[in-house]
Design a protein around this ligand. Sequence first.
Ligand code: SAM
Length: 248
Amino acid sequence: MAAPARPWQATVLTLYPEMFPGPLGAAIAGRALAEGRWACRTVNIRDHATDRHRSVDDTPAGGGPGMVLRADVVAAALDAAADDTPVLALTPRGAPLDQPRVRALAAGPGVTLLCGRFEGFDERLFARRAIEEVSIGDYILSGGEVAAMVLLDACVRLLPGVMGAAQSGDDESFESGLLEHPHYTRPALWEGLEIPEVLRSGDHAKIAAWRLERSRADTRLRRPDLWQRHPDAADRSPSGARYQKKEE
Ligand code: SAM
């Protein structure tokens, strides 16, 4: 597939521009970058500092440990970088990033990502600029850059022409609200364990039914939170037996 006329544009505002594209310059994302399917631009927040020390942070009002990123400096960087892409800040308190949000972002023109450091951003930034906050999980990273890479990797693999038809991604975990079924490959017998018989049957309808059933059972057992939201969760009781995990 030919590269698009305009690549999906990632703009990353960071104190560490040298971290990009980093791991996104390799493998699937790296190939897509080289093919012009997406572009990665960094903006060094420090370039928008106004004092002679190029300060980007200051002590927290009210006292306490750490430093806080200044709203005026970050806003100046953001205003200078502005294009038609949505602005997202990586913050632990943000809305949890999920596959529907990733799909929506991948379908748009790109993203502008704000990477925090220290204790995070001066709160007034969020009052004065249209910024969506997203989190990649309930743990604390030292900075937003790795979180930005997670978000970009998830989006880039969905761009047209990035994955082959065989890896269209439609069956992956979360795409249907279910976890994906388990996978097996040769050898057929390994350490006394066989590949489930149905997968060797050649009966595509039976295989599809087995996979769907395993997706449902695994989701119910491993991620009851996802299962409770799924339309197939006819039996919503915690003790419901319909999708108990079956031994292979
Ligand atoms: N003081 C903040 C708190 O307790 O919520 C943590 C700041 S953290 C040390 C520094 C930066 O890392 C954050 O501003 C954010 O950009 C990024 N970060 C840390 N954990 C993150 C997460 N789970 N998701 C997204 N970004 C995260």
